[in-house]
Ligand binder design. Sequence first.
Ligand SMILES: [Zn+2]
Length: 136
Amino acid sequence: MAEILTACTGCGRAMTPGTVLYDAEARPICDACFQKADLIATDRRAADNIRKAGYVCLAAGIASLFAPVAIGFQIACVVVTLTSGVYALQSLARGNERFTKHLTPVQQRLVWVCTIAGIALSALSLMGVNIARFVY
Ligand SMILES: [Zn+2]
């Protein structure tokens, strides 16, 4: 009995029914293409994390201006700002095109701006510009 072969959408290789896998769009693909697609999905997620780190950096930077100094909340915010900021900047640095190519130039610029602003705000906060001081 002849097996019905399915062609891989990615590379065109003929696959026996037992080896057919499906990608996110339910197209039949072979194992090799499945692994490749999975890698790209992982890279996209990494690119997404870079973007989020930029936003977290800005949010934490703003938070560190408002966070009460007394209970150490400000320091926690500054730590979050710097951690995500350094991560975002390192990720955007040259040699990381594998991830950054999944970000548009506008998104990349946005991450830069958010990160720089976040770090600047937490630096201001450490220099004593803390709104919580006036509120509480
Ligand atoms: Zn294939």
